[in-house]
Ligand binder design. Sequence first.
Ligand SMILES: NC(=O)c1ccc[n+]([C@@H]2O[C@H](COP(=O)([O-])OP(=O)(O)OC[C@H]3O[C@@H](n4cnc5c(N)ncnc54)[C@H](O)[C@@H]3O)[C@@H](O)[C@H]2O)c1
Ligand SMILES: [Zn+2]
Ligand SMILES: [Zn+2]
Length: 360
Amino acid sequence: MKAAVFREVNQPMEIEEVQVSKPGPREVLIRTVAAGVCHSDLHFFNGTYPGQLPMVLGHESAGVVEQVGSDVHYVKPGDHVITCLSVFCGHCEYCLTGRMTLCQEPETKRREEEEPRLSDAGKPLTQFANLGSFAEHMLVHEHAVAKIREDMPLDRAALIGCGVTTGVGAVIHTARVEPGSTVAVIGCGGVGLSCINGAAIAGASRVIAVDTVPSKLELARKFGATDVVNAKDTDAVEAVKELTDGGAHYTFEAIGLKATAEQAFNMLRNGGAATIIGMIPPGDMVTLHGVEFLFEKKIQGSFMGSNRFRVDMPRFVDLYLQGKLHLDDMISSHIRLADINDAMKQLETGEIARNVIMFE
Ligand SMILES: NC(=O)c1ccc[n+]([C@@H]2O[C@H](COP(=O)([O-])OP(=O)(O)OC[C@H]3O[C@@H](n4cnc5c(N)ncnc54)[C@H](O)[C@@H]3O)[C@@H](O)[C@H]2O)c1
Ligand SMILES: [Zn+2]
Ligand SMILES: [Zn+2]
C-alpha cells in the first residue's frame, strides 16, 4: 500500500510503497477513506515533539473495515469507522474510572518481538498515535475504532477523529461548561472552532473567539462565536474581560503556546477555569500569579477532550446530521495524499481550518 513516510524532521515526505501486516486476533484492518491534517502532526514533523522515525503520520481519520482478527466482535468487514488515538485497554484504573484517554497499557500495541504492523523492506515503521492515517490502510487495535452509521459522509467523520472530539470534549467533558456561562477560545483552528461549536451546543451565553487571522474570526462566527477578538491588534485579555464584565467563566487555549496559555488564565473571572488543549513545546514553563488561586481560579489540561469515544463519536455524528455540528465549514479543502507537504506548510500560516486527504 501507499503511505507518506516521515523519515527526517522538516524534510518533505515521499509517497512510498510500504507493507502492512495481517490483523492479529484483536486487530482491525481499515481502508482509509479520509484523513484530516491536524497541528499535532506538524508538531512531530517539525521536531517540536520527538518521535521514533521513520514514521507514518496522521491520526484524524475515517474509513471502512476490510478485515478483522479472530477475536473481534465489535466490527465486521464493511462497517464504517472513525479511528481514535485514545486506544484503551478496558481494565486498568484509568479505563475503569472512566478516564480512558489516560490509559497507557502497552497491550494495545504489538510487542517488539512480534512482526510490526507497518514495515518497509522488513524494517519497522512507526504508526503515529498507533494509527498512521496518511496511508491507504491502517492496521489498529480494535479499541482504536468507533463504529458509525453509514449515512455519515466519511470526510466529515474523519474530523471527529481528533479535532472535534478534542474541542467539543474539552468543553463538555473536561470543563463541563454550563448553559448561560461565558466562554473564550484562543485559537480558531480545527480544535478551537470545535470548542466554539461545543460551547454553543452547551448553551454558553457568550462565546468569544480569539485569533490573529481575520478570516478565522469570520469562520468562528459560523461555529457559534458571539464576539471575536483579533489578538494581533488588541490586548486579548483586556478585550475578553471587557466583553464579559470582568472575565470569562471558562477559557480554552487551542494553539499550544506559553503566552496564550497564560492569557487563558489571566482572562478568567474569579472562580473560572482555564483549559489548556494546545501542545506547548516540551520544556516551556507556564507562569501564573500565585495570588490568583485565592480567587478560586483553576487551570487544567485536556487530552483528546477527556473522551469516551465509542459513546461520543456516534453522538457527534448525530449532532452533525441534525445540523448542530458545523463540519462542512471546517473543511478548507479536499486534497490528495501527494499534497501532504503543502498541507503541512499551510498549517504554519494559521489560514486554514482543516485540509482533508481523500484516498481513492
Ligand atoms: N490536547 C489534545 O488532546 C490535542 C488534540 C489535538 C490537537 N491538539 C493541539 O491543539 C492545538 C491546535 O490544533 P489545531 O489543529 O486546531 O491548530 P491550527 O494550526 O489549525 O490552529 C491554530 C490557530 O491558532 C491561531 N493562532 C496562532 N497563534 C496565535 C496567537 N498568538 N494568538 C491567537 N491566535 C493564534 C492560528 O491563526 C490558527 O487559527 C495544537 O497545539 C495541537 O497540537 C491537542
Ligand atoms: Zn490531532
Ligand atoms: Zn486502560
